[in-house]
Ligand binder design. Structure first.
Ligand code: KG4
Length: 357
């Protein structure tokens, strides 16, 4: 019998099946299986995602335990993503967790996926994990001090979260101070990319092509919202109308101007995102700014954030690539802190599709 706290975590909120093992705060493994089945449909097909999770979950969990060198009898608890996400996908992770926790007689810890993204900043990878993940090998991982602001940008969400320590608790308090009223930033990237005929998910393609384009080539719509809320539907529509009008004059417009279109789109999204962060920093006086979620892999956003940091004297925190898109290490980190708080969930816990933090 060991006194170590060892947690297996499972993430299955969308189209990545992931499992990780954390022991006393050290991340021992993080294994993710993606789902290529959606590529031909230009977006995630929920029913196919659930089926792929069912196929992947056992080998992914087995591999995560093996790479961590942990036997299931050593586990203290199992953490899992309870929501938000695709209900069918979440059900696979939730049901698997229940079965395994029941059979081992250990507690379950439910984790909010969005809180997991924020907690990615506190993952401390073991030397073994670092050695197996290229993006971790030379990465400097800095953990933000509290309080800090986190720009959380993914395929389903765009939020500014205020993260503060709560006396006597391990998991910090996370308060959304602004969020999108329609589409998320990742959705804007993916949908505009689809209009240009780029594969799904389009965000990384836009990022790649934007490097060769002129970010000032096209002026796209920006929202005029007060406060810290975001909106990306107007940008998406203006992008669609620009292409529709230009194609009438020149059927090869997209092919000829793809890089410029991507650069202009990316620059507009970044401008919208960081404009609100700047306002939030000014109003709250909190100068520590972190970024999280799939879109935080965007190289333009990373560079712009570092640039804002230099210009406005913010302390900027950018997670390693492997902890930006959906992964179980971030769920393990949040789950570990909740475990330390004694915050477990009942065996009849149901997953939820929609929520804020
Ligand atoms: O966090 P995530 O993996 O899944 C959700 O929980 O939504 O985020 C996925 C989103 C997709 O919209 C994808 O296009 C976007 O992150 N993304 C990027 C980049 N890499 C992933 N967007 C822009 N540039 C990137 N390099």
């Amino acid at each position: 019998m060991t006194n170590k706290v060892t947690i297996l975590a499972i993430e299955s909120s969308c189209d990545d099946t992931s499992a990780a093992v954390v022991q006393d705060g050290l991340m021992l493994s993080n294994v993710t299986a993606g789902q290529k089945v959606h590529e031909e449909f230009g977006g995630v097909v929920p029913e196919l995602a659930s089926r792929a999770h069912q196929l992947n979950i056992l080998p992914v969990v087995d591999t995560a335990l093996r790479r961590a060198g942990i036997d299931r009898s050593e586990l203290s608890a199992i953490a899992f993503t309870r929501g938000p996400g695709l209900l069918g996908s979440l059900l696979v992770g939730t049901s698997f967790t229940k079965g395994m926790a029941l059979s081992l007689g250990i507690p379950m810890v439910d984790v909010n996926h969005l809180q997991g993204h924020v907690m990615a900043h506190f993952v401390e990878p073991s030397e073994t994990l670092k050695a197996t993940v290229p993006s971790l090998q030379n990465a400097t991982i800095r953990h933000p001090e509290y309080p800090f602001l986190c720009l959380l940008v993914s395929g389903g969400n765009s939020q500014i979260v205020r993260v503060e320590q709560t006396a006597g608790k391990h998991l910090p308090t996370m308060t959304i101070i602004g969020q999108t009223i329609d589409d998320a930033a990742g959705e804007a990237f993916d949908k505009c990319a689809k209009v240009m005929g780029l594969p799904y998910p389009g965000g990384p393609w836009v990022d790649k092509l934007a490097k060769e384009g002129d970010s000032k080539a096209f002026a796209l719509a920006k929202p005029h919202l007060t406060g810290y809320d975001y909106s990306f539907s107007g940008l998406k529509t203006s992008f669609l109308y620009l292409i529709r009008d230009e194609l009438k004059q020149n059927p090869d417009f997209i092919e000829q101007r793809k890089a410029d279109l991507c650069a202009s789109l990316q620059a507009t999204v970044i401008d919208i995102l960081l404009g609100k962060v700047k306002k939030a920093v000014q109003d709250t006086g909190i100068c520590r700014v972190a970024v999280a979620g799939g879109v935080s892999a965007n190289s333009g956003l990373r560079d712009a954030l570092l640039d804002y940091g230099k210009r406005y004297r913010w302390d900027v925190f950018i997670p390693p690539f492997s902890f930006t898109t959906d992964n179980a290490a971030m769920i393990a980190q949040a789950g570990y802190l909740k475990y330390m708080d004694g915050d477990f969930c009942p065996i009849d816990a149901a997953p939820f599709a929609k929520t804020t933090i």
